[in-house]
Design a protein around this ligand. Structure first.
Ligand code: GDP
Length: 449
């Protein structure tokens, strides 16, 4: 059908500051007619005859100055936004790009809002809402793993699965409608069984997607690691070794690490936020007791606990108390100061280390990753957005109800739950997302994207 004519919007697509090249982008119903008035090609081809996806050199009018650069035309619908798009590639100076942008405004373009190009792409069906969120995750990503997970979202991996489930639900709904519309045919028990089976399978697939969220969350916000154990076992020293620089204050006097000292370590692209805890032991010192309480809280809220013991001293009752706190969490047991132990001590440690010689540190890093995500090289998670998790959770609940209602309640009641599940899934792809959700998502983008 005929697409609505949209006004031309323009923005600088590159970040502010100096650089090799800056890009000014126009999208809308007639960006080429704007280009015609502000670009003088060096070659023989006039702007109106530009072939799409080709770079043409020429003079760009910046209003009070001229720059020499490139112009490219992307023809609708095969463009980022799905509309006609023109880009000017100019020299990378803020005043150059700004002058060229102002010139597009003079010629009728209006200033693009945050994420407005991508929003148009979404509205024109170029990408799903989740895919747009993947782009934002990639751009805003603070670790390589976040970029990787964002790319999986962007490339429609999640929406692909969601759409498959939606298709099954649509089929079930069609079956239910047929049974309701032609009651004289009778609802055979067999078809109710088929419906239940299909719904159960769909629910199972939603649950599988949901189970990936714990991993996705750790990728998005980093893995919180608590280093704990008795004073002087070498926690601060190990932290420094792991981080590769002097961060925590190392001291011989027990109980000096009073505050949680944070450091960030990247392993296989994932951020690990390391917290050193005050040596945990009973003490009469009030300040130290506050530190101990804080340390216990860190252990309780950690995704992963690294327990450190002195390999010469071994463990005792106090350590058992610390390990109790960590119960139920992934745990790495470290026996440190292995350089001081001559004989091969029998231990149940996961790794033997020396913060002095560096022995076992690489293995410790591997263990941090493996205990958090399973073995290396496994597929990254693609369920990293809480919004998607919520929508899937609601879909799961609705499907649970639908399965329970199957054979018990009338089919039109089953249909209501199936419809609700379908709609919840549609919030991920964007089909059923409200205007306010869409606004919120695109407001996270920068101007020019
Ligand atoms: P924390 O109280 O557990 O944080 O322990 P620290 O990191 O402050 O270390 C206590 C003392 O043990 C310091 O004098 C460190 O230099 C020393 N130390 C830490 N790790 C090792 C190790 O692997 N080998 C040896 N020989 N000394 C260590």
């Amino acid at each position: 059908g005929a697409k609505m004519k949209e006004r031309n919007i323009a923005a600088i697509a590159t970040p502010p500051g100096k650089g090799g090249v800056a890009i000014v982008r126009i999208s809308g119903d007639s960006p080429l007619s704007i280009a015609e008035k502000m670009f003088v090609p060096s070659g023989k081809t006039a702007v109106k005859d530009f072939r799409p996806y080709r770079l043409y050199p020429g003079e760009i009018d910046g209003g009070t100055f001229t720059d020499y650069g490139l112009c490219v035309y992307f023809k609708a619908p095969a463009s980022y936004t799905g509309e006609d798009v023109v880009e000017f590639h100019c020299h990378g100076g803020e005043n150059i790009a700004r002058g060229i942008l102002k010139r597009t405004f003079r010629l009728g373009a209006s200033a693009a809002g945050r994420g407005e190009f991508t929003k148009r792409a979404f509205l024109n069906g170029k990408l799903s809402l989740a895919s747009a969120e993947g782009i934002a995750d990639m751009i805003n990503g603070e670790s390589e793993a976040e970029v990787k997970a964002g790319y999986l979202l962007y490339s429609e991996r999640l929406t692909g699965k969601v759409r498959e489930i939606q298709d099954v639900l649509k089929e079930v709904l069609a079956g239910i409608d047929a049974a309701i519309d032609y009651p004289e045919e009778g609802i055979e028990e067999e078809s109710t069984d088929d419906i239940r089976l299909a719904l159960q399978r769909a629910k199972g697939e939603v649950s599988v997607l949901l189970s990936g969220y714990a991993k996705g969350k750790k990728i998005k916000s980093g893995v919180t690691v608590a280093l704990c154990g008795k004073p002087n076992t070498g926690k601060s020293s190990l932290l420094n070794r792991l981080l590769g620089y002097e961060k925590a204050i190392v001291s011989d006097i027990a109980g000096t690490t009073r505050d949680a000292v944070e450091g960030v370590l990247e392993i296989d692209g994932v951020r690990f936020n390391l917290y050193d805890t005050a040596g945990m032991r009973e003490s009469g010192d009030e300040i130290e007791n506050i530190g101990i309480e804080r340390a216990e809280n860190i252990v309780r809220s950690a995704d992963l606990v690294v327990f450190v013991a002195d390999s010469a001293a071994g463990t005792d009752g106090e350590d058992a108390r610390v390990l109790e706190l960590a119960e139920g969490k992934p745990l790495v047991k470290v026996f440190n100061k292995i350089d001081l132990t001559n004989d091969e001590t029998e231990t149940d440690a996961d790794v033997l280390t020396s913060a002095v010689t560096g022995e076992g540190i690489e293995r410790l890093k591997e263990l941090l990753y493996e205990k958090s995500f399973g073995s290396r090289g496994e597929d990254a998670a693609f369920l990293i957005e809480e919004r998607h998790y919520d929508a899937l959770k609601r879909a799961e609940t609705a499907l649970k109800r639908a399965v329970a209602a199957c054979g018990e309640l009338s089919l039109d009641l089953v249909g209501i739950d199936v419809g609700n599940a379908w709609e919840s899934l549609g919030e991920i792809t964007g089909e059923t997302a409200s205007e306010s959700i869409i606004e919120e998502i695109f407001s996270k983008f920068c101007v020019g994207k």
